[in-house]
Ligand binder design. Structure first.
Ligand SMILES: Cc1cc2nc3c(=O)[nH]c(=O)nc-3n(C[C@H](O)[C@H](O)[C@H](O)COP(=O)(O)OP(=O)(O)OC[C@H]3O[C@@H](n4cnc5c(N)ncnc54)[C@H](O)[C@@H]3O)c2cc1C
Ligand SMILES: *[C@@H]1O[C@H](CO)[C@@H](O)[C@H](O)[C@H]1NC(C)=O
Ligand SMILES: *[C@@H]1O[C@H](CO)[C@@H](O)[C@H](O)[C@H]1NC(C)=O
Ligand SMILES: *[C@@H]1O[C@H](CO)[C@@H](O)[C@H](O)[C@H]1NC(C)=O
Ligand SMILES: *[C@@H]1O[C@H](CO)[C@@H](O)[C@H](O)[C@H]1NC(C)=O
Length: 523
């Protein structure tokens, strides 16, 4: 009864047999025992899932989706491709929370890390202590940060550097940087990793760190999936706080806002643990899906100030504390500190929440959007790093001009500074060449029809910056031609190429980043 039909991936070695039951079998070259042949799937739903992401704009269709149940399965898969005369591309897909197809593999194989999370037999999150480095956790690259948080808290410890949203994979954020309000103090997530296990594009399983195979370690961190699949990360931990004092202050003047942000991240007295900022531009942004923060009684006051100024700037920070510390003392410290700041008098708001509630603050908004069917919509996001010396120009040209004129920005716009000294330039992640730089995140939610307007706005912003010489770097970068990638990497392009040659010479991994393609001769 099975209607069988066979074809080839790039015409060679791998024959995929599709039966009517829509199970997909790969007939492997003989030297492999067929241990992985039943782990490929190509039913329409699975293919469709792997050819979409959070961006909901780009679609690349893989030939098959691979569901590994062990690290060995992934090694085997990569080795098969590497050893083929015409290798096929392979992309690890974390949660697919990229917005431009970065975790897709057109005509290749997507490794579904979410299914690995379910099927994996080995322990995937384990906390230990070491006399030299203190507490650390070994985590599978397929794990999501929320689970890392819960598991480590059982031991009274937790990682120190986070993303705003925790349902992202460890492998996915470490392939970018992993930034949030903690970055100014603790560095991005990539600088909080002691050691990695990586399966390179040759199918080699390699443990690497600052001392051991440092070239691979530095390549992979922020490496956009180009050098290997991360199967384990050893992440540093600190004693976990229990409570968080969480504040928001509203400004009308951008330079006062950034001056205070910069002052707060460099303070030696009251050391804050978290600092961000965002624009408030219309009524909807007072209580957007990520922040039901301001008391209802204050909404009309804030709204009328938005009417008056068009844009307000909301500075947000947090101070952690522990059970045995008195809340009164933290309160007092913060109160004194806030007195010297230049926000609109009276417009300061605070909350007092548990550490978990604070770190997981985006989740409730996600669930609400999901229940309204508004989560799986196009997300034409643009994330930028901007040198401090040019942030006022950026405000004038982008926030006060492009954004206001177009009047379509209804999503979140984040703005906060970081200190470059907390980054490690040997890693692949790219940051501007200034001690302090800002991240600006335009986190748009488009309708299925109007995402193109946001996309056009993103292009206008980039064009403006390039014309007036604002040296922006994209975070979660999206470039389509190699010339733009060369500019993105700047002086690090050469070493990026060398590392590609070393660890993925056949350009198998994460083709959705569009840095290399099979037609381009990189070497
Ligand atoms: C609601 C939301 C909030 C966000 N907030 C933040 C934030 O605050 N800070 C921040 O830094 N980012 C944030 N992000 C972006 C997020 O970091 C990226 O989407 C990132 O790619 C992680 O998502 P993911 O785990 O789904 O990875 P994917 O999108 O699945 O993959 C990203 C890239 O990494 C590769 N990859 C995936 N797993 C591995 C692995 N194990 N080894 C090697 N390569 C791998 C993929 O092939 C792909 O190229 C947010 C995203 C969303 C949707
Ligand atoms: C690679 O292929 C060659 C011949 O094509 C074969 O001899 C060799 O065993 C293969 N290696 C692996 C790891 O499969
Ligand atoms: C950034 O970090 C460096 C090194 O720790 C420090 O000297 C400098 O003052 C910091 N800058 C700010 C603005 O915090
Ligand atoms: C802060 O939280 C703690 C613990 O839940 C609580 O005891 C305290 O009263 C709270 N303070 C304020 C001002 O809400
Ligand atoms: C912006 O758009 C909203 C509707 O989305 C409209 O009410 C408002 O007047 C517009 N503002 C300007 C300055 O055009």
């Amino acid at each position: 009864m099975a209607k069988t039909h066979t074809f080839f991936i790039y015409s060679i070695l791998l024959h995929i047999t599709i039966t009517k039951t829509e199970q997909c079998k790969i007939l492997l070259p003989q030297q492999f025992d067929n241990t992985i042949s039943n782990k490929f799937h190509n039913d329409p739903a699975t293919i469709q899932h792997a050819s979409n992401d959070y961006g909901n704009m780009v679609h690349e269709f893989p030939v098959a989706v691979f569901h590994p149940s062990s690290i060995q399965d992934i090694i085997t898969l990569i080795k098969i491709s590497y050893n083929s005369t015409v290798p096929f591309s392979i992309a690890a897909r974390g949660q697919g929370h990229s917005t431009n197809g970065q975790a897709m593999a057109g005509d290749g194989v997507v490794v579904d890390m979410a299914s690995f999370r379910k099927e994996r037999k080995e322990v995937a999150i384990s906390v230990s202590e070491d006399p030299m480095i203190g507490y650390y956790v070994d985590v599978g690259g397929e794990q999501v940060w929320i689970d890392v948080l819960y598991e480590t808290l059982l031991h009274g410890v937790a990682p120190v550097s986070w993303t705003d949203y925790l349902y992202l994979t460890v492998g996915g954020t470490l392939s970018n940087a992993g930034i949030s309000g903690q970055t100014f103090r603790y560095g991005p997530q990539i600088t909080n990793v002691h050691e990695l296990d990586v399966i390179t594009g040759k199918g080699d399983f390699v443990t690497c760190s600052n001392k051991k195979n440092p070239e691979l370690y530095h390549a992979v961190l922020g490496g956009l999936g180009q050098f290997g699949v991360i199967t384990r990360a050893r992440i540093s931990l600190e004693p976990a706080p229990t409570m968080v004092k969480w504040m928001r202050l509203i400004y009308s003047d951008f330079s006062a806002f950034t001056k205070d942000q910069e002052r707060l991240i460099s303070m030696n007295g009251v050391k804050l643990n978290f600092l961000e900022g965002m624009l408030l531009m219309h009524k909807g942004s007072i209580n957007n899906w990520r922040s039901s923060f301001f008391p209802l009684s204050q909404h009309s006051r804030i709204a009328s100030l938005i009417n008056k100024h068009n844009i307000l700037y909301c500075l947000e920070f947090a101070k952690y504390y522990y059970d045995d510390q008195s809340e009164k003392k933290v309160d007092k410290e913060i109160k004194v500190m806030v007195q010297g700041l230049g926000y609109i008098p009276g417009l300061h708001y605070e909350k007092n929440v548990s550490y978990v509630e604070f770190l997981n603050r985006v989740r409730s908004g996600e669930l609400k959007l999901k229940s309204q069917g508004l989560w799986d919509v196009p997300h034409p996001w643009l994330n930028l790093f901007i040198p401090k010396s040019q942030i006022l120009d950026f405000n004038a040209g982008v926030f006060k001009d492009i954004i206001l004129k177009r009047n379509i920005t209804d999503g979140i716009v984040l703005v906060y500074p970081m200190n470059k000294s907390k980054w490690d330039d040997r890693m692949s992640a790219i940051t501007p060449k200034e001690d302090i730089f800002y991240t600006v995140g335009f986190l748009h939610s488009g309708g299925f029809d109007d995402w193109k307007a946001h996309d056009a706005q993103n292009k206008e912003i980039l064009k403006f910056c390039s014309e007036v010489g604002i040296n922006v770097k994209q975070y979660l970068p999206n470039h389509n031609i190699q010339e733009d990638w060369k500019n993105h990497f700047g002086t690090k392009w050469k070493s990026f190429l060398q590392r590609k040659q070393m660890f993925d010479p056949k350009m198998i991994l994460s083709p959705g980043q569009k840095i290399f393609n099979k037609y381009y001769q990189a070497f």
